[in-house]
Design a protein around this ligand. Sequence first.
Ligand code: AGP
Length: 373
Amino acid sequence: SAAEKGGWPSFMDKEIHEDPEAVANTLLGRFDDQGDIVLDEVHIGLDVFRQIDKIIVVACGTASYAGMVAKYAIEHWVRIPVEVELAHEFRYRDPILTPRTLVVAISQSGETMDTLMALRHAREQGSRVLAICNTQGASIPRESDAVLYTHAGPEIAVASTKAFVAQIVAAYLLGLYLAQVKGTMYRDEIRHILEQLKDMPQKIQWVLDNQAGNVEQAAKRMINAHSFLFLGRHVGYPVALEGALKLKEIAYTFTEGFAAGELKHGPIALVDAGEPVVVIVPSARGRNILHNKVISGIEEVKARGAFTIAVAELGDPDVEQYADVVFWRPVCPTLLSPLVDVVPLQLFAMDMAMLKGYDVDKPRNLAKSVTVE
Ligand code: AGP
């Protein structure tokens, strides 16, 4: 009903605007005054955690993209390999699981059958399973050894938005916790990242307050586009995949997301005059070599007539030269940037669907949680 939407035209609109809260609430109570991570609700012993030598994230759809972001952060912080696999692929290929493998099942609903089957398999093989879940008492957390709840609040719209940013935050917390118990990072470093994480809600809010109009204008310009390419690199890659998924789910536009470095290995053949290409641009700060590489990707598609939309950091010295439209985000650490970069893409998908007159909360053919295999 209208009251449940709290004055917003759709649940999706409301839920995107709850992104900052979802991040803040998921951080809440997860560290003490000293800045140490406290995950009291995770009932896996410290001795077990110290022995973990591999993580496998299993999830589907948007949750799997949160897992991909987790891989970049956790491997960097904890120095153990993190694999990310779609739950339905993982389950039926005889994956290598040992008692020292931590399987992380990420699910908003906690009822996704593919993910549930994957975690059952992992436990049968003797691995520990930790669920990252947004729904108290759902099947996935109930059947896991431990659970780290995301506190995004109920998500009603079929397209996942606030749950995604909350999943990423929970995965960061898990990574920092592992770094703390395994001693792979100095306490000061962990504290520093926590402080940066605490700043993220206001950075997301900045995007919502300052870029929504810009995004809507771009959606109006692109309303007749038949397809979109999304590209990103490093943590921008899963953001590109998520941006592509959002747009296909609710605006029924054909989209493909891919790693920016793959462009010349195939996808550039698709680029023709007027083809919209959305690019997640890494920060230019700290002489980030990936920045230039992604900018030259924009240059290449632009040279073939693409209409380019960039998501870029405020103060980026190069992007405006090549991008037809820029969605700006505040300065933030690279590993945390997906939390802000995804926000304009969520808005963009919603605006496109609204402008086309579709039901953004209940897209055709889709269910909120897929409870069959
Ligand atoms: C997200 O917009 C999708 N509707 C879908 O990919 C979803 O993320 C996926 O089905 C996983 O759902 P879950 O998080 O409830 O397990």
